[in-house]
Design a binder for this molecule. Structure first.
Ligand code: ADP
Length: 190
């Protein structure tokens, strides 16, 4: 199995690029944000719980997120590998992921971070909010809160894997295709 974490702050282009990489390399794309939005759309108990955090720009608690991720992996045991998009977002989630993959003798092969300037991110998210109607992308206070949570809780996840020699940084500025090409090269080198 080839398992890749696509990493970066909200608005760095993880979703767009994860879809491209999944298709290019025949991997399963798992986006925890998409999974939560699906649950919210179906008014499930999990969705209702997640919504209260997401609309504030906070992280959904680890126990909820890890449980949901485990279910998704359990339902897809025969895949070539996974592109993780938006997970892990805390050290506890990273440790849980290593355990889950380790149970089937797999591991995280690399973590690729999309590097994007902070003001660019805010502008991209506000634009996405206008187009998609996503409530968490329409309010600058919520956006700034998500970015601050990213720096405090999520950024250490890169170091967690980088100290194991698995970290890769990619320039996430510029046009989508150019970034996709950089990513493709990085994944081939894994
Ligand atoms: P973005 O990367 O633009 O913030 P996502 O669609 O990945 O968007 O996530 C939307 C929201 O869902 C996050 O702000 C957070 O509240 C919640 N979420 C997604 N993934 C996780 C996770 N791994 N742990 C906790 N909360 C998460």
């Amino acid at each position: 199995m080839t398992n890749i974490i696509l990493f970066g702050p909200p608005g760095s282009g993880k979703g767009t690029q994860a879809k491209f990489l999944a298709e290019k390399f025949g991997l399963l794309h798992i986006s925890t944000g998409d999974l939560f939005r699906y649950e919210i759309g179906n008014n499930t108990p999990l969705g209702l719980e997640a919504k209260s955090y997401i609309e504030k720009g906070a992280l959904v608690p680890d126990s909820v997120t890890i449980g949901m991720l485990k279910n998704k992996l359990d339902a897809n045991t025969d895949v070539k590998g996974v592109i993780f998009d938006g997970f892990p977002r805390t050290i506890a989630q990273a440790e849980a992921l290593d355990q889950l993959l380790g149970a089937s003798e797999a591991e995280v092969n690399g973590i690729i971070s999309l590097e994007v300037a902070e003001e660019e991110i805010v502008q991209r998210l506000l634009l996405r909010g206008k187009d998609s109607g996503r409530a968490d992308d329409q309010d600058e206070t919520i956006i700034r809160n998500r970015i601050s949570v990213y720096h405090k809780e999520t950024a250490p996840v890169f170091n967690f894997y980088d100290t194991k020699g698995k970290g890769i940084k990619i320039d996430g500025m510029g046009d989508i295709e150019a970034i996709a090409n950089r990513l493709e090269t990085a994944v081939k080198a894994l």
